[in-house]
Design a protein around this ligand. Structure first.
Ligand code: F6P
Length: 341
């Protein structure tokens, strides 16, 4: 069995641990051999790959990024499935393990169902929005980095009696904001799933200030305030509805200052949340997912992906991860709101 491994889409702490889990389990248990495909589907279409051995994955469990590189190349670009088959045949690759998020898993699933390619998947995203898996690796690292950053911003905010508005990633969902905000004791957490207006935000900020606190507002990048000025929105919202005024935090901080009179500052954490070493939780989860994926390939379970259910790694349809993306449910918002202000 010769398996091609690729990482595709935005990178994510834990990718290297997945690769290590795949290669170590595959060689030791199934006598498989591996080809590392560079930069996602791009490497497969361009025939850019290398034989991947135990040595290549040595010491990878705690290393951030991906040794394979990644790209957002779509698998149906540049010759698509036909070209992939050609390249795979030339290298004697009989199957693929695709490690990726929504776009990657949707593409891989289509390649299995429509083209008959032999692919299994591993779900990946710091956003934690993939369906049919309890958590995705990378999320714990991102929420930990964001929590530490908020803790640090709090001390400078307290010294200056300021309000801090901290923007975290998450694309169209608020998981990182919710968890980092709860962990760091934010006075308001703003998520795309639950739009609130400026008056409500100002009320939470003022209430925290009145209790002698430096107000901390954590905002997910996808949040759009209720009643957001459509004239500004014309210029400032991207095609996914996200505010793009150099980040929603840069818009909110002056607005909060204007309404409440409390001096406010904005910080956008950005790609820091995807950089560096994965947490212990993410290392273990990634390694287990990688090992499970190679078992799926060994058993010919094409179209399946390894998934976390409770504390177990199970096998589910790859397509189920993308059919219903996982947003923050109402009860989690209601639970968190009790802590605001
Ligand atoms: O999906 C992961 C993610 O980090 C999102 O949270 C964010 O919106 C996006 O990727 C950023 O993508 P890029 O690295 O292409 O700027």
């Amino acid at each position: 069995m010769k398996i091609g491994v690729l990482t595709s889409g935005g990178d994510c702490p834990g990718l290297n641990a997945v690769i290590r889990g795949i290669v170590r389990k595959g060689i030791r248990t199934h006598n498989a051999s591996f080809v590392g495909i560079r930069d996602g589907w791009r490497g497969l279409l361009d025939d850019d790959m290398f034989d991947m051995t135990m040595l290549d994955v040595r010491g990878l469990s705690g290393r951030g990024g991906t040794i394979l590189g990644t790209s957002r190349t779509h698998p149906y670009e540049d010759g698509g499935p036909g070209r992939m088959r050609e390249v795979m045949a030339a290298h004697g690759i009989d199957s693929l393990i695709a490690i990726g998020g929504e776009g990657t898993l949707a593409g891989a699933s289509r390649l299995v169902n429509e083209e008959g390619l032999h692919i299994v998947g591993v779900p990946k995203t710091i956003d934690n929005d993939l369906g049919n898996t309890d958590y995705t690796f990378g999320f714990d690292t991102a929420q930990s980095i964001a929590t530490e950053a908020i803790d640090r911003l709090r001390t400078t905010a307290e010294s200056h009696h300021r309000c801090m508005v901290i923007e975290v990633m998450g694309r169209n969902v608020g998981w990182i904001a919710l968890h980092a905000g709860m962990a760091a004791g934010a006075h308001a957490i703003l998520m795309p799933e639950f739009p609130v207006d400026f008056d409500q935000i100002a009320e939470w900020v003022t209430s925290a200030k009145d209790r002698g606190r430096a107000p901390i507002v954590v905002v997910a990048e996808g949040f759009v305030p209720e009643g957001f000025d459509s004239q500004v929105a014309d210029h400032g919202v991207d095609n996914k509805g996200r505010v793009r005024l150099g980040g929603i935090a840069n818009y909110l901080a002056p607005k909060i200052e204007e309404i409440t009179g409390i001096e406010s500052r904005a910080t956008i954490l950005g790609h820091l949340q995807r950089g560096g070493s994965p947490t212990a939780y993410d290392r273990v989860l990634s390694t287990r997912l990688g090992m499970a994926a190679v078992d799926l390939a060994q058993h010919g379970h094409w179209g399946k992906m390894a998934s976390l259910k409770g504390t177990d790694i199970v096998s589910v349809e790859m397509s189920s991860a993308v059919h219903s993306l996982k947003s923050v449910p109402l009860h989690r918002w209601e639970e968190a709101q009790v802590l605001f202000g």
